[in-house]
Ligand binder design. Sequence first.
Ligand SMILES: [Zn+2]
Length: 253
Amino acid sequence: MTIDSIWIPILCYHRVCPVRERGQDSPSLCVTPEQFSKQMLLLKVFGYQPITVQNLTAILEDRKLPPKKAVCITFDDGYKDNYLYAFPILKRFSYPATIFLVTHNIGLKNFWDSGSLSLLNFNEIEEMSFKGIQFGSHTASHLDLSQADEVLIKKELEISKKKIEEITSRLDISFCYPYSRLNPLAKELVKEAGFICGFAGDEGAMEQKQDLFQLMRIQIFPSTSLFGFWKKLQPWYPKWMRYQKELRKKYKN
Ligand SMILES: [Zn+2]
């Protein structure tokens, strides 16, 4: 594989918590601590090296050489269970990860994804930030950028970026599109706002260097088996995912 065709899997998680605490909200977004722990161990056993989103960006911009088998771990929404259950496991493996926060809701509950789940508070964020976890913006109010006008988008990007800068004392902040929804205008505004990159859902360039503001991520579900997890790390996986999508479209009727 040449440097140009590098593929770094970017894993996308939401919640990590035991089944008994899962509740009725978004069960499809919640892996158990046991599953998460086994997945992190698999990364170690198979020689994967989790990197920060700042390093990912540097590699994709040719400012840094990629380590062998780099992988990036991300969490959307900033749920409190990330602190309670994912953080101890990440610490045990000394893995970096990035959590995308909805800055108006820090210390409160979510209102998206039909839930009222507890979110991280400032103390938890500070402790995690001190111990190797990065934080990025998921807007100020989980705004669907594909539906909002330019003025509102700009405001949400500016407010949330400033807040994350304050919390982390860093200027190299990444962004993640709520609901994985975006359009060319939203993408342009995220770039203009000074974010280092933008994370999307399972749509994005197959060649990551081509578009740092729509980086495709690999979703990890409670139904993902360990073998399934391993498959999702492979460089051929995005092509396989796209092929399956095309098949579904073609044979839908
Ligand atoms: Zn979200």
